[in-house]
Write a protein that binds this ligand. Structure first.
Ligand code: HEM
Length: 408
């Protein structure tokens, strides 16, 4: 994914760990240097020969095209929040047992710093499996502050992302979005279930074994791809996601954002909610009624016209469209929802995950869904889907995570 900065296209591709075959075309050390967030100019690798090699890669060429620069400062590498849709995903939410305990903090910091090498260990086992993992840090128990206040990172780096705050519960007239616990989120994705499993096992081991583990598992949801990226309600989910240049625009905090602290640049706010569906009630609706709820046709996934009459309920896709009142600009988010459940136990669900450059955009979507527009006219998807959880995180850049290495 392009990173937020002048040379973002170069970095974005090079740092996309989801495209590991791509990695191999970039000199390994260049990637390492980016991940550590150091400047090329202070590296022993900055010989003319090294530059020539770098520029001979597709990434280097792209960088040069974009910037006209033959030498560059190393930009901030985002995590692979834009990893492609995969067959499998695990959503793991953890809570620190003693967030104020310095040794707990140190163990968590070093697990975070080791994210990229642990991901590489697992991803290398099958490069076609497009393995990736994104980690988010929550603010529910002030973990962000605890983790970074006691270590030797430069203060400017440790400032909390401006909008990072606990999930705001919403109580609409009919439906509620509860806030639930969570200090760390791991969004693990791959084409193979075993890779997700193996990564999660190694990750949890790194956080301590048995009773010595410094975290507890709050929720572990295993999601799967259902036909052509459909949710269990039967609709294709994720179509309106931003693509191309609009993707980093919508998802990554930019240096130019007002009040963006350096620890936030290249990162994203992440909101997760676990929904369970009442399938018998949903299936009792006609296809046309279901389509009116979602705002798209079921079979062909075509968008239906927005309902404009105030007295008529608006479709889900309309309520989740956020237009800036001043600029008229539409603010997108990146969703990678996954179905989960088990017919045997009668559980049918959608795990919602939304990445955004601006937390307020996701909060606004939720308000429009649960309170309704006008108030009282809620999103009818909620008449068939109940939110069981709601937690907010911030997924900092990969550069930020790697820099924790030297701060323990
Ligand atoms: C039960 C949970 C949910 C289900 C099953 C669901 C399903 C869908 C489906 C089928 C679409 C239409 C296709 C597409 O563009 O992806 C859609 C659109 C969308 N949903 Fe959801 N969704 C859920 C919850 C949420 C939540 C909680 C949010 C935000 C907080 C959200 C935000 C959006 C957005 C932004 C769009 C695109 C709107 C547009 O067309 O611009 N969804 N959703």
């Amino acid at each position: 994914m392009p990173a937020p900065g002048r040379v973002h296209r170069f970095l974005g591709i090079a740092a996309g760990s989801s495209s590991l075959p791509w990695f191999s075309s970039v000199p390994y050390r260049a990637v390492r240097i980016q991940q550590r967030g150091r400047s090329l100019s202070s590296s022993p690798q900055t010989t003319p020969e090294f530059h020539k090699r770098l520029l001979s890669t597709a990434a280097g060429k792209l960088c040069q095209q974009q910037t006209g620069m033959a030498s560059y400062r190393v930009p901030i590498a985002p995590q692979s929040v834009d990893a492609p849709l995969t067959q499998h995903a695990t959503f793991l939410v953890l809570a620190a047992k003693s967030p104020t305990d310095p040794s707990t903090q140190q163990i968590i910091r070093s697990a975070l710093a080791g994210m990229s090498s642990r991901a590489k260990n697992v991803a290398m086992r099958d490069l076609d499996a497009r393995f990736s993992c994104t980690v988010g840090i929550g603010s529910g128990s002030n973990l962000w502050d605890h983790l970074f206040s006691s270590c030797s990172l430069a203060l400017s780096k440790t400032n909390k992302p401006e909008e990072l705050r606990p999930f705001r519960p919403i109580h609409g007239n009919t439906h509620a979005a509860p806030a639930t616990r969570g200090d760390l989120l791991f969004h693990i994705r791959a084409e193979r279930r075993d890779l997700c499993f193996e990564f999660e096992r190694q990750l949890l081991d790194s956080l301590g074994k048995g009773d010595d583990r410094v975290v507890e598992v709050v929720d572990e949801t295993v999601g799967f791809r259902y036909f052509d990226a459909r949710d269990l309600l039967g609709f294709v989910d994720g179509t309106a996601n931003p693509v191309g240049a609009a993707l980093p625009e919508s998802v990554l905090v930019m240096e130019s954002d007002s009040n963006a602290v350096s620890a936030a640049v290249g990162g994203s706010y992440v909101v997760v909610q676990k929904y369970v569906h009442d399938m018998p009630r949903w299936n009792a609706l006609s296809t046309e009624q279901q389509e009116a709820v979602i705002g798209r046709t079921k079979l062909t996934n075509e968008e239906l016209d927005d309902v404009t009459a105030a007295a008529q309920p608006k479709a889900h896709k309309t309520l989740t469209t956020i237009v800036d009142e001043q600029t008229g600009e539409e603010h997108d988010i990146l969703r990678d929802n996954m179905p989960f459940g088990s017919p045997g136990t009668g559980q049918f669900g959608t795990y919602f995950i939304g990445y955004s450059r601006r937390l307020w955009v996701v909060e606004k979507m939720l308000e429009r869904m649960f309170v309704g527009v006008p108030a009282g006219m809620h999103d009818r998807i909620l008449d068939y889907s109940t939110a069981l959880t709601g937690t907010t995180f911030f997924a900092p850049s990969a550069s930020f995570l790697a820099s924790l290495d030297s701060s323990n």
